[in-house]
Structure formats: C-alpha cells, structure tokens
Design a protein around this ligand. Structure first.
Ligand code: CA
Length: 233
C-alpha cells in the first residue's frame, strides 16, 4: 500500500484553478492541467478526470498502461465533442498524467507537460517526457536544459488531450520497490521549484504535498499548482 498526499492551489497570480486531480481506488492517481480561454481550461481538466473515473469503473483492476491509455483516449473524444458543441470551449485541452500501482508493478499513461517522478534511494528521476516544443528542441540538441527552463515558448505543448483528433499517449510499466516515492505534478510546481528542492521535500516533509505547494507559492506561485505524492511502504 502507498501513503498518499494530495494538494492543489490556484497560485498567487491566476484567478481560476484550471488543474484537476483525483485519487481512484485502488492506488491510482491522476493530475490534469487544463488550458483554453474563459472557463474552458477548467472544463477540459475536469472532463479528463471524470472520463478516466468512468472508464476505470467499468474495468476490474489492475489497470495496466493499455487500460490507462484507453481512458485518456476516451477523454480525448469527450473533450473534442464538448468543444464542438460549445463555441466558448473551442480550442480547450488538458494534460493528463496517470499512475496506477499494483503491488510490485507500476503503470503510467501520459500526455502533455505535467510530470511523473520517482524518488528512489535519494535520486529523483522524471519518468515521463514533456510533450512541449522546448523539450523537442532539447531532445534534438538545439537548446540546453538550462535555457529551456526560461524559454518564452515554454508553455507551447506539442500534444494535449482534447486539442486534436490524433494524440499519441506515452505509456509504460516499471517495477516498484518498497520505499519508492512517486510524485505527480503540474508545471506550476516544476516551473517554480527545482528538482533538488523537490527531492529534499519528498525525503523530509511530514506532509510533502503541502510543503511542495508552499515552496511553489514562496517562489512566486505564477501558475496553478497541483501535486499527488504516493509513498510505497
Ligand atoms: Ca499549468
């Protein structure tokens, strides 16, 4: 079993919180970061969470990466349909990062620039790749990771759920060990707080979710910030 902490905060600048999150039993965690004008971003991330819950409720656990991907694809259809039927929602979309733990195995599915991290033996590793324009440049060797952190096009995604008909869901599985700590988060955390600070908080805080949010706010809180931390016994 995993000990779970979760928190979300609108931040210090924005009026709306367009992030959504949910914990689904057994041991399944979802974060989504919506985008779009007016209230559309909130609608997109909430639809993502709702559809994932509905799809998983129809399938007995454990939920492997294929099932998690199927849930994201179903949400893609639903968000596209909703946007087609409501002009004010046109162009909305959301990230989606899902982790499901089943004993010694973990499964994930992912679209966008929210992130899944694993802290193991004191080392923090990002298990997902950002689907962002700047990350594409970094992978091609055209931009340094350091320059990517402050690039003006940092927010441009190459993929988002509900923003296009064909999305490629990244998905996979990996072995889980006792003592592993998983973090799912939106970019409101990772744009404000560096990996070393995140790792330290995960290792030392009694309630790491609240302390991560506090760190993002202390650094300026320029965006909505959402975290789920799952520590494996
Ligand atoms: Ca965000």
């Amino acid at each position: 079993m995993a000990k779970v902490f979760q928190a979300t905060h609108v931040g210090k600048i924005r009026r709306n919180n367009e992030d959504s999150l949910t914990v689904i039993e057994p041991q399944t965690f979802v974060v989504a970061d919506g985008m779009g004008g007016a209230q559309a971003g909130e609608v997109a991330s909430q639809l993502l969470v709702e559809v994932v819950k509905i799809v998983l409720a129809e399938i007995p656990a454990p939920w492997d990466e294929k099932i998690l991907s199927r849930a994201i694809l179903a949400a893609n259809e639903k968000i596209l349909d909703t946007a087609r039927q409501n002009a004010e929602y046109r162009g909305m979309g959301t990230t989606a990062t899902i982790l499901s733990l089943n004993g010694a195995q973990g499964y994930f599915a992912h679209v966008g620039d929210s992130r899944l991290y694993l802290l193991r033996s004191g080392t923090l590793r990002q298990l997902t790749e950002d689907h962002s324009y700047v990350e594409t440049l970094v992978r091609r060797g055209e931009l340094s990771a350091e320059a990517a952190r402050t690039h003006p096009m940092k927010n441009v995604l190459t993929q988002a759920v509900g923003a296009m008909d064909d999305i490629q869901v990244d998905a996979g599985n990996f072995p889980v060990q006792g003592g592993d700590i998983f973090l799912l988060c939106t970019d409101g955390l990772t744009n404000m707080v560096d990996d070393a600070t995140i790792a330290k908080i995960l290792q030392t805080a009694e309630n790491p979710a609240d302390v991560l949010i506090d760190a993002a706010l202390a650094a300026g809180g320029r965006d909505n910030v959402t975290v789920i931390v799952a520590g494996v016994d």
